[in-house]
Ligand binder design. Structure first.
Ligand code: SAM
Ligand code: SF4
Length: 619
């Protein structure tokens, strides 16, 4: 047993700590991340691996013991407080120059190679999870994994999960029950290695150890900031261990990971620009599952968008939980760039200390939209508080920034908004809508609404309905409130609206939304729109589908149309083309049209004086 030693290191720039054991002259990481300063609390266990000397038995190590261990006559240092912890320089001899461009194999780390094991992704929840999956896939691909789109071929199944509402979590629990049976069936087949199941993302963060304990279906649990650790976590499962890393980071943005697109043929792509949320709306679990707000450095975003443009991608959606709260403070010149007011929309406030300085969302939008004037730019999901005039002016001026703003209202009643801690009143929200429409008259608006939040009365709910009727949204995501543990609402309020009442209110919101959107869509009949062709229609192989700048789906027949407005030459319509479509029919979900001619964002903006629609009689 002698020769078994342990030390704690602060790992890179993250706040994680790791424990290592020394076996003879060899070091090996023995535990995931240690986020507690007191090791004894963790009953840190030295796991045996198949390479270990059989005479060594697992042993618990505690703080006192670590302090008594010496190396070359000097004690190992442990660091009870993070601020007193070792820095990079503590690990570098003063007379050594380090070439940071070379990475050498680390002898004490277990090989993390995927060995061509096939991984299958099952993605739930929002677009952020789709974007995260592309980051995860990039990390795993680099370490020798292959991807399969057929679950039965997979050696590793990874569920990228959502915890925003109970219904989202229930879906995943059902999937786990299914996987339990499948795993058992598969273990009886001798020709295949044991199947491993990983649960990643928000639900992993929320339920942590419970997931490993329940029925032992899950082998790996990794939170949204731990994806770089996945190859190591998965390698631990080869020894039938379970592995978990759910440490949230203050600075992880995956800026150094180039995502590998899951759907390589798609003409649209998502680019994650910030992570986490500092808003703490009382109903929402996101700040607890995704951690503090942090923005990716602007240079890495511009690189990624340029790369996508080179690959022929025609539309990029910038993603973040509060995408327009983006603020790049990564370089000191940015950090001192602007010490003026935080430029919140009028009548809006935040619960956190206003952030100052840095490059803001308008700076990013300006630069991203200049990369390729023929590439459309969208962004989601924004918070209504962060719409200064600079952002609105840019949308108004740049034909390639799409004419759609998502403006999540959540409720139309100021008292409910106060209980939700949204930082605005009904009146401030309506003023913002009016202001947006003054600057961008042809804007389409979308929103999120929650009904049945704690204590919501019938009168308060009526204000939500009236707001929907007043604003008239082209798209709306409507939810019945679902109480989440850890949130302020869970601690301070009562989930006291009867589930039947919630469902009834949800139905009423859906009816109102559909009625209003049907009217908006019908008003588009007879007009022309520039449509980005996305793919063949799912319902008919004779039709194509695309979207207007306002993000409204349009279906139209395939075939050959004029190459441009003033020629007799024609060519086929392909995904990635911009075509001008005349709308001939509409319902609450979709527009139907006749494709007229090929065009481009620039040509169309010039011919319409930067307006996106032309009346049919103007032909
Ligand atoms: N950050 C964006 C904002 O605040 O406007 C929204 C992002 S959130 C992930 C997506 C939507 O889920 C929210 O706008 C809200 O409508 C809904 N949501 C969040 N928590 C919910 C809960 N506990 N019950 C029902 N819906 C919820
Ligand atoms: Fe959730 Fe509010 Fe943050 Fe949106 S702003 S992610 S609703 S806490």
């Amino acid at each position: 047993m002698s020769g078994l030693k342990c030390a704690i290191y602060r790992y890179g720039l993250t706040i994680n700590r790791h424990a290592y054991c020394q076996l003879g002259t060899d070091y090996r990481r023995v535990f995931g991340c240690v986020n507690n300063h007191n090791l004894s609390k963790y009953n840190l266990q030295i796991y045996r691996t198949k390479h270990e000397n059989a005479s060594i038995t697992p042993k618990l190590i505690d703080d006192r013991e670590i302090n008594s261990i010496t190396q070359n006559g000097k004690p190992f240092r442990t660091f009870p407080n993070l601020s007193e912890g070792p820095d990079l320089k503590d690990f570098i001899k003063s007379d050594v120059t380090v070439d940071s461009t070379e990475t050498e194999p680390v002898p004490y780390l277990k090989a993390t190679c995927g060995n061509d094991r096939k991984v299958y992704f099952s993605v739930y929840g929002c677009q952020m999870n789709v974007s995260d999956t592309e980051i995860i896939w990039s990390i795993l691909k680099k370490t020798g994994y292959q991807k399969t789109d057929t679950m039965t071929e997979a050696d590793v199944i990874l569920l990228v999960t959502c915890a925003i509402r109970d219904a989202a979590e229930q879906k995943i629990w059902h999937k786990l029950v299914h996987l339990k049976h499948y795993k058992k069936w598969r273990s009886l087949r001798s020709d295949k290695p044991p199947l491993k199941v990983g649960l990643l993302g928000c639900m992993a963060e929320r339920l942590k150890h419970k997931l490993l304990e329940t029925d032992k279906i899950v082998d790996v649990v990794a939170g949204p900031d731990s994806y770089k650790d996945l190859p190591r976590l998965l390698s631990l499962t080869e020894d039938n261990q379970t592995a978990i890393n759910v440490i949230l980071s203050y600075d992880e943005t995956y800026a150094d990971v180039t995502p590998v697109r899951i759907n390589q043929d798609s003409v649209t792509a998502f680019v994650s620009i910030m992570r986490g949320c500092d808003n703490m709306c009382t109903y929402c679990i996101v700040p607890f599952t995704r951690g503090r707000e942090r923005s990716r450095p602007i240079a890495s975003i511009l690189d990624e968008v340029s790369h996508l443009s080179d690959q022929g991608v025609k539309e990029v959606t910038l993603l973040g939980q509060n995408v327009n709260s983006y603020r790049d403070l990564s370089e000191s010149k940015f950090a001192t760039a602007d010490k003026s007011d935080p430029k919140l929309a009028a009548g809006f406030k935040t619960v956190y200390k206003p952030k100052i300085g840095g490059l803001r969302f308008s700076d990013l939008l300006d630069k991203v939209s200049q990369i390729n004037p023929e590439m459309r730019i969208r962004f989601t999901s924004p918070h209504p508080k962060d719409f200064p005039d600079e952002v609105l002016q840019l949308i108004a001026e740049r034909p390639n920034i799409c004419r759609n703003i998502h403006l999540p209202a959540q409720s139309g009643n100021s008292t409910v908004l106060e209980r939700m801690r949204r930082g605005y009143t009904r009146e401030a929200y309506i003023s913002l809508v009016e202001h947006i429409r003054e600057i961008i008259p042809d804007i389409s608006l979308s929103s999120d609404f929650i009904c049945g939040f704690c204590g919501e009365t019938e009168e308060e709910f009526a204000d939500t309905i009236s707001l929907m009727q007043m604003v008239k949204y082209n798209m709306a995501y409507l939810f019945a409130y679902s109480m989440r543990e850890k949130t302020t609402a869970h601690r301070r309020h009562e989930d006291n609206v009867d589930p039947k009442v919630k469902q009834d209110r949800l139905r009423r919101m859906i009816t109102i939304y559909r009625t209003e959107v049907q009217k908006l869509n019908e008003a588009m009949i007879g007009r022309q729109y520039l449509v980005l062709v996305e793919k063949k229609s799912r319902k008919s192989e004779f039709n194509m589908q695309g979207r207007t700048s306002g993000n409204i789906k349009v279906i139209f027949p395939r075939g050959s149309i004029q190459d441009n407005r003033c020629t007799t030459k024609s060519r086929n319509i392909e995904a990635g083309d911009y075509v001008v479509v005349q709308i001939i029919n509409a319902n609450s979900q979709v527009l139907k049209g006749i494709p007229l001619y090929h065009s481009s964002i620039t040509q169309y903006a010039l011919s319409t004086g930067n307006h996106y629609e032309r009346m049919a009689y103007n032909l």
